[in-house]
Design a protein around this ligand. Structure first.
Ligand code: CU
Length: 191
């Protein structure tokens, strides 16, 4: 009986048929089933690699574009800075004289538009021509001073960046007329 089974299995292995339920008839099917799965996995890996390459190329292109944009912005900023310097004003004054006085029924700063250039060490010399103290406040520069009556008060401005316009007010009297500080771009003398 054993011999017959062996013979049948040999026959099955030779292609006589898989009807006898022996191992030999099933063996050839396994490598055949594994091969398509391996091919599919290989194809997926190729696709993934291709996608990764595309992404890397796109990232490199974006980085290059960003670099070009940054260079262009730097150039524009440099040009704007040199243009401002070219248009800047030379200021030969040591201090700008200002008055706070009463005109008619109103207390006001004269001039009402104070002009200085950007930079450090700008000074205002403010004479209070009234008989009471007045304030001098520039909220945009966090500057606040009190001007005693009948005397000259020197107010040193913080480093200024222009062009810019700041509001000026008297923190002691709301009806005191407001004024303006105009900061022009500066150009060093001799340029
Ligand atoms: Cu006042």
């Amino acid at each position: 009986m054993q011999r017959i089974a062996l013979a049948l299995c040999t026959a099955a292995a030779l292609g006589a048929g898989a009807f006898f339920g022996c191992d030999a008839s099933e063996r050839p099917a396994k490598p055949g089933a594994a091969a398509p799965a391996a091919d599919a996995a290989s194809e997926k890996m190729k696709q993934a690699a291709s996608l990764a390459t595309d992404a890397a190329e796109a990232a490199a292109e974006s980085a290059q574009a960003a670099g070009v944009a940054a260079e262009s912005a730097e150039e524009t900023s440099g040009e704007a800075a040199s243009l401002l310097t070219a248009l800047g004003f030379v200021d030969d004054r040591d201090a700008v004289q200002v008055l706070t006085t009463k005109i008619g029924s109103k207390v006001t700063f004269v001039p009402a538009t104070i002009v200085v250039t950007a930079g450090s060490g700008r000074k205002l010399s403010i004479f209070n021509d009234t008989d009471m103290p007045h304030g001098f406040k520039i909220p945009g520069l966090a500057l606040e001073a009190v001007l005693p009556p009948g005397v000259e008060t020197v107010v040193e401005l913080p480093p200024l960046i222009g062009p810019q316009i700041y509001g000026i007010e008297c923190q002691l009297h709301a009806p005191h007329r407001h004024a303006s500080l105009v900061v022009l771009p500066a150009r060093p003398s001799g340029d």
